[in-house]
Ligand binder design. Structure first.
Ligand code: ADP
Ligand code: MG
Length: 563
């Protein structure tokens, strides 16, 4: 069987899992012996790159060579860091994290004789937050490519979490709320699971709300306490080294408070010392508004879900995901708000485990289909259909193909249905007749946020001027849930130009089709209906890394020692 890995490429921590010989997902420790690796990259020299805890600890001494929170910049046009003589894109920086966690995993598996010496793994599934748009997903895929990985799929973190909590093998329907509070993001989703599919009904959250903000509250508090205890009027946080040091100790104290009632924090600044004893009570009150904000975002998402027929009463269980849900006040608050049972189990490993489960099933299923197609002469499409309709027995097929049968669940061909996290539309005029004078531009959303993927919509538009030569179709992505939105709510992701035949009168019909596939890639077709002139465009992403930058990044990574 092909070996595959599931990777949770997190904003603050990354994690890798594989499927062991008994079919269970297992997280693989890194070479520092940790289950999760800080997503921090230290460019020590152009050819020496350190990733993880040693990089996070070096941040104090080398603030210009250490990059954290790269995921926040993923897919953003023009985001680069100029480090060690090269402009590093988010894709490149992320590729070092992937390289480190995968090579550590491979080494660990070789050490345990689970891989032959010299044998490696390149097939992976990487996860991303549900609200990632096209550009971010494509950038994640490219990061894998730079690291030399074969990215089978990019899947949503809440979907992966549901798989890890064993919800991929249920015999009945379940409606699940996934509350994921990590270090840099808050992601909340409503999921509908049936024996043959997992469907994301609705997503919400905030990509700048995470455990880091809880740390920041501790830092501010400690700085105030320092001033109070020493009488100093200096701003200790403006000193980068003190600030970095406090970042590490604040996070340590926060984690300690998840298990104990108080945590000590020491500060040294220009020879003056202060010691702060932080209690859980003070910590909870310093951060209460942050917790309340997650509850507000959850309620907002639930309102959207209710509009689609998924009321709060339908929730069967609530899954807590993300390292920050280890803070006891989170479970307490959620239990107070909702009556459904709350589950928390290895919350910072669940996403990687779910990705491994998915990767394993994808890879297994692909092999099963390929082998069976070879042996029977049937087409892969035909075989998939036979399995889906229950005409073919997967177990039997596996025996025939000489593949292990014990990894096969009934739902091996788990159909994961996603919804789009953004709306996609085009700029149009509200009125089509030029005689109306002032024309108001609107963002006409062809595909609305939270629509099931793949999604398709065809809409008729009209030319504005007589003998118009071209129509420029500008495509915008937005978070608006309205069909007619303000253009300034959208971000332009590209445009397509349709050439028109001569002599068309104003108001001639144009047909525009938007097709958004399972991976969030958008295809546009615009047709001038009378003469059938057509233009097609694919919007992989407006902000994709260029081919030249991609190969330069690959070369740099190949030349570097990644530790
Ligand atoms: P990511 O944000 O990358 O998805 P995780 O889900 O691993 O990462 O969450 C990381 C966050 O969880 C960090 O802010 C970290 O400080 C926090 N965290 C980890 N363990 C604990 C703990 N025991 N108590 C409180 N917070 C924790
Ligand atoms: Mg996460």
């Amino acid at each position: 069987m092909n070996r595959v890995l599931g990777i949770d490429l997190g904003t603050t921590y990354s994690c890798v899992a594989y499927i062991d010989s008994s079919g269970k997902p297992v997280v693989i420790k890194n070479s520092e012996g940790e289950l999760t690796t800080p997503s921090v990259v230290f460019f020590e020299s152009p050819t020496n790159v350190v990733v993880g805890t040693p990089a996070k600890e070096s941040a104090t001494l080398y603030p210009d060579e250490v990059i954290s929170f790269v995921k926040n910049r993923m897919g953003q046009a023009g985001a680069v860091w100029n480090v060690q003589g090269a402009e590093r894109t988010p894709e490149e920086v992320s590729s070092y994290i992937l390289k480190k966690v995968v090579s550590d995993a491979v080494k660990a598996l070789q050490g345990e004789n689970k891989l032959a010496p010299g044998e490696t793994i390149t097939d992976v599934v990487i996860t991303c937050p549900a609200y990632f748009g096209i550009a971010e997903r494509e950038a994640t895929r490219k990061a894998g490519e730079i690291a030399g990985l074969n990215v089978l799929n990019i899947i949503n973190e809440p979907t992966a979490a549901a798989l890890a909590y064993g919800l991929g093998d249920v015999n009945e329907e379940r409606v699940v709320l996934v509350y994921d509070l990590g270090g840099g993001t808050f992601d909340v989703a409503m999921i509908h699971i049936t024996p043959s599919s997992i469907k994301v009904i609705c997503t919400g959250g905030d990509h700048s709300l995470g455990g880091k903000l809880w740390d920041d509250r501790i830092i501010e508090y400690v700085a105030q306490e320092f001033a109070r205890q020493t009488g100093s009027t200096e701003d200790i946080l403006s000193d980068p080294e003190t600030f970095q040091e406090l970042m590490l100790s604040a996070e340590r104290a926060k984690k300690m408070l998840s298990a104990r009632d108080r945590a000590p924090i020491a500060v040294n600044y220009k020879g003056e010392r202060a010691r702060v004893e932080l209690t859980r009570e003070v910590f909870d009150s310093l951060t209460e508004d942050l917790l309340e904000r997650t509850m507000l975002l959850t309620r907002q998402m639930l309102e959207e879900a209710a509009a689609k027929g998924y009321s709060i009463e339908r929730i069967d269980e609530i899954l807590l995901v993300g390292g920050s849900t280890r803070m006891p006040q989170i479970t307490r608050r959620i239990q107070k708000e909702f009556s459904a049972p709350v589950k928390m189990f290895d919350p910072d490993e669940a996403v990687a485990k779910g990705a491994a489960i998915y990767a394993n099933r994808q890879s297994y299923f692909a092999q099963l289909i390929e082998k069976t197609a070879q042996e029977t002469g049937k087409s892969p499409k035909e075989l998939r259909e036979e399995i889906r309709s229950g005409k073919a027995d997967i177990q039997e097929m596996a025996r025939q193909a000489n593949l292990p049968t014990d990894v096969v669940g009934a739902s091996v061909d788990m159909n994961i249905v996603n919804v789009t996290s953004r709306s996609f539309g085009t700029i149009a005029f509200k009125s089509v007749t030029p005689q109306d004078g002032e024309q108001e531009e609107v963002l006409f959303n062809m595909i609305l946020k939270n629509t099931e993927l793949p999604a398709r919509r065809v809409q008729e538009f009209y030319t504005v001027a007589p003998n118009q030569k071209t129509v420029t179709i500008r495509v915008l992505e937005s978070l608006s849930s309205e069909e007619m939105a303000d253009p300034c709510e959208g971000t332009e992701i590209g445009e397509a130009v349709l050439e028109l035949p001569d002599g068309l009168p104003a108001g001639s019909p144009l047909q525009i089709e938007f097709l958004l596939n399972e991976n969030g890639l958008l295809e546009l077709t615009a047709t001038e209906t009378t003469h059938h002139q057509e233009v097609r465009a694919r919007f992989e992403t407006a902000d994709a890394i260029s081919e030249a930058d991609l190969s330069a990044a690959k070369q740099r990574l190949a030349d570097a020692m990644v530790l």
